[in-house]
Design a protein around this ligand. Structure first.
Ligand code: MOS
Length: 753
């Protein structure tokens, strides 16, 4: 455990979102809101087969239609380059194929052409008029995987001891296979690119969770120097990972703008979102647990498969949390991929750990039942003293406290383990209750970050970083941190994000943005203060003439001698005005933790999920009625948006457990439920009472404020907590998500026909 002798400088209190008013009044500009003079509209033509080749393409009618400026395809699109393999978090893209690179169709909806016209309607009409004929070949969008069809030997992700031998001799065993379906990110804001080529430089308004990476990839693929590409992403209507890396539509818009010399806007439609911009792949995971009769784990094996596209290797990484979750001497985690005729998968909120913990935490529940040990007790018995995968101490792990606090809040002492043994009362009279619990975890790291802070003449401050806010609260948290440090009101801090012209910042992904940006911003504040103190002490007329810079401090926005009371201070704006200096600026920097040599700690967030379902066996009706979530994510900088992130994740987790499932038509490979009516997401009506507790144990290994991140962890474990509760209520163990009425009709509580 990392120790701390003094408490870190803390932010305090819950602050509302600084971007809230902009969003609710429509003043926040999302990518597709940028309407540049002379903008043309691009609409892609999508393949109507999932496997085969293009035989003929007739664009003549489309080209002669009103308003049409161009119909692009392989023959006339112009040169696009391949991107080099990424370095760290720069240069990443999932679908590496260049748009229109060849005539081979590998998934339904693949772009085969794109129309550019004066209006969106003209472009849609002309796209529909492009005639393409195909030669189809056999396709596979099947949802069942076998190890034999894996593309390669399984990768050994983690290994210790002798798991095979210890499993075979273990007195108590669980050996089950769990599956999670294809899930499609459905941010409300559609993916969009507005590309503007001025003859030399590209300005790209992109829906991206990583402007710096987008700049790098787009420059490489467009074949221009990186300084000739500027990427802007001021606001995002979320992304869930689907907007982390560039997709082909961005190249289409940029190249069309270069070809035509006019701005080009391309908005990916909702149905294209199911084809062309990634998804969480289907996973199939075998989990084997061996334990003593007392419940001590002796063997853990976790072998996962996920599908990927024909062109790209995307490994979901289901065993992300497996090596360190429990104490077990013998462990092996492996992963492999199988190929399907689908677009390339990508990260989706909590990639790896979220499907992985569905499997692991379901298996732990099955083991508890087998052992007749309380599922919380079983987890306590196997609590590790360190990360046994890395053989490193945890920087800060409070999983046991999460379980204890959660079990008190949830009322776990009233739990009776027999299936169907708990009955509702009051509003829940006549319903069977099911209770389930699961652990959760998520990686806590930092990326390289630069930031700048300027103290301005008018007494306000500006903080700038080329990271972006996907809606999680980055604008808000940065304003809070700067305001608190300088002792000025939140609304006296301007936060500028989402532009590659700003100091390079991290991806909004992995729940790393906050932990990454904070140290760089704190450093920038220090540097800006030093600049200010130099100004304050320089020259005979200076406010603190003849004093030493290091004798000064800033409190409540006022500069004063450390030895004097803060109330004697002079507002920093006055010092700058007097010196006639517009701004005291500081450039801050912090380095990433990935692959850092000499690592001394394992850094993760933890949590416990408790779910209650109500169950009516007579009509197979299931509802999630109550969720208690306790999260250990380090120091919580601003509880309001943090809680909101976890609540949103829990709601999404109900969707993962009960609803979300992208289904492909086996005949042509088309996603069938490619819209918000047929792809079922959790709505307000499905959302239960959600009680979120954020423990507040600073993780001083990660940064000076002890903050980790909260964007993803709330989605981990929740599906298992729900299916564990479903088992408790109904006796049906659902190992393949989502839970369906068909599953539940098998309930022992149902009248058999
Ligand atoms: Mo998250 S899947 O890293 O946006």
């Amino acid at each position: 455990m990392a120790t701390q002798s003094t408490l870190p400088p803390r932010t305090s209190g819950s602050h509302p979102r600084v971007d809230g008013p902009l969003k609710v009044t429509g003043a926040a500009k999302y990518s597709s809101d940028f309407n540049l003079p002379g903008t043309l509209y691009a609409v892609p033509v999508c393949a109507t087969i999932a496997s085969g080749t293009i035989v003929t393409m007739d664009t003549s009618r489309a080209e002669s239609m009103p308003g049409v400026k161009a119909v692009y395809h392989r023959g006339n699109f112009g040169k696009i380059f391949r991107a080099a393999p990424p370095v760290g978090f720069s240069g990443i893209l999932d679908e590496k194929r260049r748009p229109f690179e060849d005539d081979i169709i590998r998934y339904y909806g693949q772009y085969v052409a794109a129309v550019v016209a004066l209006t969106f309607e003209q472009a849609v009409a002309a796209a529909n008029a492009v005639k393409v004929t195909y030669k189809s070949s056999p396709l596979n969008v099947g949802t069942h995987f076998s190890e034999a069809e894996a593309t390669d030997k399984p990768n050994v992700d983690s290994h210790r001891g002798d798991p095979d031998a210890s499993f075979s001799t273990a007195p108590v065993k669980v050996d089950q296979t769990y599956a999670t379906p294809v899930e499609t990110h459905n941010p409300i804001e559609l993916h969009a690119s507005v590309a503007d080529f001025d003859g030399q430089r590209f300005t790209l308004y992109e829906t991206t969770q990583a402007v710096c990476n987008a700049q790098n990839v787009m420059a490489q693929m467009l074949g221009v120097p990186i300084e000739n590409v500027r990427v802007i992403s001021r606001f995002l209507g979320s992304g869930f990972g689907g907007k982390l890396w560039p997709w082909p539509h961005a190249l289409i818009a940029a190249q069309a703008s270069r070809n035509l010399g006019r701005p080009v806007k391309l908005v990916v439609t909702r149905d294209m979102m199911f084809q062309n911009v990634g998804h969480r792949p289907r996973t199939q995971q075998r989990v084997r647990l061996g334990a003593t009769k007392e419940g001590k784990l002796v063997a853990l094996m976790h072998d996962s498969l996920n599908h990927t596209s024909l062109l790209d290797d995307y490994s979901e990484g289901c065993s992300e949390a497996t090596p360190y979750s429990y104490s077990v001497a013998n462990l092996r985690a492996t992963s492999a991929m199988v190929r399907r005729n689908v677009g390339t998968p990508t990260s989706m909120r909590g990639p790896g750990a979220v499907p992985g913990l569905f499997a692991l935490e379901s298996a732990i529940d099955e083991l508890a039942i087998e052992l007749k040990i309380d599922p919380i007790q079983l987890r306590l018995i196997n609590e590790p003293a360190k990360d046994e995968g890395l053989n490193l101490p945890f920087s800060s792990r409070h999983f046991v406290e999460c379980l204890k606090v959660g079990s008190e809040k949830f009322g776990w002492s009233r739990y009776t383990p027999a299936v169907g043994s708990m009955k509702g009362a009051g509003d829940q009279a006549g319903l069977t209750l099911g209770w389930g619990v699961a652990g959760c975890s998520w990686i806590a790291e930092r990326c390289d970050t630069n930031a700048s802070v300027e103290l301005l003449m008018d007494g306000t401050a500006r903080v700038s970083c080329a990271t972006q806010d996907i809606g999680t609260g980055t604008y808000t948290v940065l304003s809070n941190v700067v305001a608190e440090r300088l002792g000025i009101p939140n609304d006296a801090v301007e936060v500028v994000l989402g532009d590659t012209n700003l100091p390079p910042g991290p991806i909004s992904g992995g729940s790393w943005a906050t932990a990454s940006v904070i140290p760089a911003v704190l450093d920038a504040i220090d540097k800006a203060q030093q600049t200010l103190f130099t100004i304050a002490t320089s020259g005979p007329d200076a406010a603190f003439a003849s004093k030493k810079e290091d004798s000064l401090a800033i409190t409540n926005g006022r500069v004063h001698l450390k030895t004097s009371d803060a109330s004697t201070g002079i507002p920093f704006g006055e010092i700058l005005s007097k010196a006639n200096v517009r701004a005291a600026a500081g450039q801050g920097k912090s380095s990433g933790t990935f692959g850092a040599p000499g690592r001394k700690f394992s850094t993760h967030s933890f949590g416990a999920q408790f779910a209650e379902v109500t169950w009516q066996p007579e009509i197979a009706r299931l509802r999630v009625s109550r969720v208690v979530t306790v999260i250990d994510a380090g120091h919580i900088l601003n509880p309001k948006p943090a809680r909101n992130q976890v609540e949103g994740a829990v709601v999404m987790g109900i969707g993962m457990a009960l609803f979300e499932n992208t289904r492909y038509d086996a005949r042509n490979g088309a996603p069938i439920n490619n819209n918000l009516a047929d792809y079922i997401l959790t709505t307000n009506a499905d959302a239960p009472s959600i009680d979120v507790t954020l423990l507040d144990h600073p993780d001083m290994v990660l940064n000076a404020l002890g903050a980790r991140g909260v964007g993803e962890i709330g989605l981990a474990g929740i599906a298992a907590a729900i299916t564990n509760a479903v088992y408790h209520a109904s006796g049906v163990r659902v190992r393949e998500l989502p839970v369906s009425i068909e599953n539940l009709l098998r309930s022992p509580g149902n009248v058999q026909a």
